[in-house]
Every structure is written in structure tokens, then in C-alpha cells.
Design a protein around this ligand. Structure first.
Ligand code: PEP
Ligand code: MN
Length: 362
């Protein structure tokens, strides 16, 4: 997707101020006591804007705790009236939507296991038609940006404009040290394609453990995310779901207070200096592309020479030596070796493509 996409979304429903929109609450509502105790503590955190709770839990295997269902909505409504805070829950079926509305839930979200399935998303979109309620959509389990955007489009086509995307990381075979790899480039690309879409990060499901939360939450804010959804429980060790990643409300408060809030725009002096630095970077990028084009011309010259002399495109020993020499030079320049290696591979792949084309030309 090269250009921006027409999705009617507005940031206004989240909040007008520049501070991140913070959502917290238990992974699952387990009992009236657990939900109310947790929620009352959360309500004392000034930056907290909304309470979450899992009512129906998508579990990997049957016969384990699958959420408390309808009774938990009653407790959530009680908490909403007591604290004055809006609430949000995950919905996966039209019945969930109906019940959530009956108990005055303010915002709904689609979980990662729902976004992954266009049939489910469309069923929910149809059930939402004509209802004015904000919907947040988590990314699908795997890093498929089109599927994520497709879900936003389906819900938007049902007339919902109060939307948000929630980044909760992506499942791959090697996620270490995370539960779900953040792959920040995916939400950044979403923001590029739909600049108006509010973006919320869910560090809890990215990290899978408490230790990593602070860093991921900060990273999200540094990347201009609009909000954070972080799971909390008054006694995380006893939690029936996601015990490793939930924070006590007091640890959540500590995490929030340690966050450094940066702004996308600064003073006039700051903007002037930034503009000058960007101008310099723009020029360097142009120089880089000019040099790459000169390199390509040389590659083509070499390819033609090889062809005229019946020599193969690839000389593996030359490639090995060249990579080694460039990597060492990169190190001298204090460039990250993984970055240099990836860049060289890309450049080399293009050279091979050009030279192979020459060999095949008549
Ligand atoms: C959750 O928020 O508790 C949840 C199940 O998340 P996800 O859909 O991101 O796995
Ligand atoms: Mn959870």
C-alpha cells in the first residue's frame, strides 16, 4: 500500500489533551471482589482514563477458565458508576456485543484472535451497524498489516468512526525475550497509511512479563503512540490468566510516573534547528542515492565484461572477501554490524539481479 487510505477516523473520542490515554484493569474479571478492589486502586491514579476487563477469554485449550461472562459485566458496571471511569471489554460474537451494551460498557475491542478472521470481523461489523460506540482493534496474531487494516475498514464501513488500533505484538517462532514480537515497523506503517487512526500500545501482551513493561511502554510513547493498555490485578500472582504480566495498581502508578512524555512538536527555535538538521539529512540521502546509482553503473559495466568473456555472475570468494572488508570498514565507522550486513546483502542482491539480466539479454 503506497498511499494513505481513506478511513474516517477521529482522535477526538480518545482525549483532547496530549498526555497518553491510559487504559488498565485485569486480564480477566475473576470475581466481584477482585474487579472492584483492583478498579478502586486504579481510580486513584490520575493519568488513568479507562478500565479494561476480560469477560470472555479466548483460551488455547478447553476446560480451563474462560472468563466469568455476564455476571462480570454487572461488577464492571458497578465499578464504572463508583469510579466514574469509562469501561472497555473484548467482544468476539454478536451476543457479546449485545450483552456489553446492555451493561453500559463504553468501548469495545476486537482481540487478536478475532482480527485474524475476516468472517468474524464482518459478523461483528454487521452487528455494530447503527450503533454509536468506539471500537478498538488489536492487530492480528501474525504480522499481516493488510488484515489489520482490513478489519478497521470493515468496522468503519459499518458506520463506526470512533476507532483505534491496538498494537499487541506478533507471534513468531522466535519471540525472545518477548511473548509477542513488537515489530514496531508494522504499527508505524499503519500510522503512515492512516495518519488519523489513534494508536494504542498494549505492552502487557507484547512483553508477557512484568520486567519488560517499562521499556516497551516508553518506546511506544517515543514513537508517538496515543495511549497504552496495561493489565493490572490487585494480586497478580493469583491471577487466573496472564499472571506473569499483570502489575499491581501501585506498580502501574510507578511505571506511569517514570514515563517520559515527549511531544511531536516543540518551540519555534527547536523547530528551526530540527528543520536545518533535516535539510542536511535530506541532502545526505540524495548523495547516498546518487552514489548507489553510480555503483549500479559500474555493476552493469562489470556484468557486460563478464558476459563478453563467458564468466559467471557469481564469484563466491570475491563475495566473501568483499563482505568481510566492508563489515570491517563499517565497524571502523562505528556502524551497527547487523545493519551493515543487511544493507550489503541488499545491495549485492540487486547487483546479481542486474548482472543476471545482462546475461539473459540477447
Ligand atoms: C487480552 O487483552 O486480554 C487479550 C486476550 O489480548 P489479545 O487479543 O491481544 O491476545
Ligand atoms: Mn491478557
Amino acid at each position: 500500500m503506497g498511499t494513505t487510505l481513506e478511513i474516517e477516523a477521529s482522535k477526538g473520542w480518545l482525549s483532547e489533551d496530549k498526555n497518553p490515554f491510559i487504559i488498565s484493569g485485569p486480564c480477566s474479571a475473576e470475581s466481584r471482589d477482585q474487579l472492584l478492589q483492583t478498579g478502586r486502586e486504579l481510580a486513584k491514579i490520575p493519568q488513568l482514563k479507562m478500565i479494561r476487563a476480560g469477560i470472555w477469554k479466548p483460551r488455547t485449550r478447553p476446560d480451563i477458565f474462560e472468563g466469568m461472562g455476564e455476571p462480570a459485566l454487572e461488577w464492571l458496571r458497578e465499578l464504572k458508576y463508583e469510579t466514574g471511569l469509562p469501561t472497555c471489554v473484548e467482544v468476539a460474537t454478536p451476543e457479546h456485543i449485545e450483552l456489553a451494551l446492555k451493561y453500559e460498557v463504553d468501548v469495545l475491542w476486537l482481540g487478536a484472535r478475532t482480527t485474524v478472521n475476516p468472517f468474524s470481523v464482518q459478523t461483528l461489523a454487521d452487528a455494530l451497524r447503527g450503533i454509536d460506540i468506539p471500537i478498538m482493534i488489536k492487530n492480528p496474531l501474525h504480522p499481516d498489516l493488510k488484515l489489520w487494516i482490513g478489519a478497521l475498514e470493515r468496522i468503519n464501513n459499518a458506520g463506526i468512526t470512533k476507532l483505534a488500533a491496538i498494537h499487541r505484538g506478533f507471534y513468531t517462532y522466535d519471540n525472545k525475550p518477548y511473548r509477542n514480537l513488537p515489530m514496531w515497523e508494522v504499527p508505524i506503517e499503519l500510522k503512515r497509511i492512516i495518519p488519523e487512526m489513534p494508536l494504542i500500545c498494549d505492552p502487557s501482551h507484547i512483553c508477557g512479563n512484568r520486567q519488560l513493561l517499562q521499556g516497551v511502554a516508553q518506546r511506544a510513547l517515543d514513537l508517538s503512540f496515543d495511549g497504552l493498555m496495561i493489565e493490572s490485578h490487585y494480586n497478580p500472582k493469583q491471577a487466573l490468566t496472564d499472571a506473569q504480566q499483570q502489575l499491581t495498581p501501585s506498580s502501574l502508578k510507578e511505571l506511569i510516573n517514570k514515563l517520559v512524555i515527549r511531544y511531536e512538536f516543540g518551540t519555534i527555535e527547536f523547530e528551526n534547528i530540527l528543520e536545518k538538521l533535516r535539510f542536511e539529512v535530506d541532502k545526505i540521502d540524495h548523495d547516498l542515492l546518487t552514489i548507489l546509482s553510480q555503483r549500479e553503473q559500474k555493476t552493469i559495466q562489470i556484468g557486460k565484461y563478464k558476459k563478453a568473456n563467458n564468466i559467471t555472475v557469481l564469484q563466491i570468494e570475491r563475495l566473501r572477501k568483499m563482505m568481510l572488508e566492508r563489515l570491517n570498514y563499517g565497524k571502523e565507522l562505528e556502524l551497527d554490524s547487523q545493519f551493515v550486513s543487511k544493507l550489503l546483502q541488499l545491495i549485492h542482491k540487486e547487483s546479481i539481479r542486474l548482472q543476471t539480466n545482462i546475461m539473459q539479454d540477447n
